[in-house]
Design a protein around this ligand. Structure first.
Ligand SMILES: C[S@@+](CC[C@H](N)C(=O)[O-])C[C@H]1O[C@@H](n2cnc3c(N)ncnc32)[C@H](O)[C@@H]1O
Length: 292
């Protein structure tokens, strides 16, 4: 059974909205509104143990998961949330051993998640231009124990003369103008490798999709992941009042190579048809036809 040692990370869990992730030290006492959490009560005990605060409240000492590290990361920028991370991982077949290039480290929360899956043989090469953000990201990545699997470099990918990587399995872009770095991403990807971009607005998706088509990417998908939490209680199960609002849209594409001789076979991009349907109103003749 794994016992909690000094310097281990512990998630002290009171309830879903009151939980604290910290490194335990024998002399540390942490003050909360539900009482004092005395670290020495958990050191030497197995993960999962419950302790009592001086106000008599129960706190559980949990082993943090990658979800906890992402949600509790220090934030200097917008982060990518677990609901989006999960679909991205499935969509690109993220696995141990992958070589990942990330453009826009930000707070390093996405980096931490990626490293936790590609380790021990894979690696995340992450690039940013802001040293302050990079310092915070470094701390977040280190706290989650992922530093060995991440190389962080200050580099402006938009203006870099030479691309720093090649043969990447995946290139992930989290910039305001992801379409600008599509040619750079292409140079760093291996054939059929995946491109992923985090796009909080639909306007970004439009420009990005056009750039992807122009740069010989295929299997383009733009999507939004919606998660609704349910409160399950005897006879009173319903959606939670607290909901995650809009986080981001995500764009995916694969790098392909279409030789000039085959280009003419490519069909022009289909424009979705706008359907017009006539609806007769039986109640109010003045509203006789409505175009949808
Ligand atoms: C929204 S944040 C990324 C957040 C990150 N995905 C996370 O989950 O923590 C965007 C980052 O892109 C960086 N950035 C902006 N322009 C860049 C460029 N040309 N090359 C590399 N990084 C850039 C910014 O400094 C910022 O840290």
């Amino acid at each position: 059974m794994e016992k909690i040692k000094p310097n281990d990370n512990v998630l002290f869990f009171y309830n879903d909205s009151k939980k604290w992730l910290m490194r335990v030290a024998p002399k540390q006492k942490f003050h909360t509104h539900v009482g004092i959490i005395d670290h020495k009560k958990v050191i030497g005990k197995p993960y999962g143990i419950a302790i009592k605060t001086n106000k008599g409240k129960l706190i559980f000492a949990l082993k943090p998961t990658i979800y906890d590290y992402v949600m509790k990361s220090q934030r200097s920028t917008q982060i990518v949330y677990p609901k989006d991370l999960g679909y991205i991982a499935a969509r690109i077949g993220l696995q141990s051993g992958f070589k990942i290039v990330e453009i826009g480290t930000g707070s390093g929360s996405f980096t931490t998640f990626l490293a936790s899956i590609v380790k021990p043989k894979g690696h995340v090469y992450t690039y940013d231009v802001d040293e302050n953000f990079m310092a915070i990201a470094r701390k977040n990545i280190e706290k989650a124990g992922m530093s060995k699997f991440v190389t962080m470099t200050k580099l402006d990918i938009k203006t870099a003369k030479k691309m720093p990587q090649k043969d990447a399995d995946v290139v992930i872009v989290d910039l305001g103008d992801p379409w600008v770095v599509v040619p750079q991403a292409r140079k760093m990807l291996k054939g059929s490798g995946s491109f992923v971009a985090i796009c909080p607005t639909m306007n970004q998706l439009e420009k990005l999709a056009a750039a992807l088509r122009q740069n010989d990417f295929f299997d383009i998908e733009c999507s939004e992941q919606i998660v609704r939490t349910i409160e399950a209680r005897d006879g009173k199960t319903r959606h939670s009042f607290r909901a995650i609002g809009h986080t981001t849209y995500v764009a995916f594409a694969r790098k392909v190579t279409t030789p000039a001789s085959l280009r003419k076979i490519l069909e022009p991009v289909e424009q979705p048809e706008v359907e017009t349907e006539e609806i007769e109103s039986s109640e109010d003749e003045s509203l006789s036809t409505v175009k949808k």
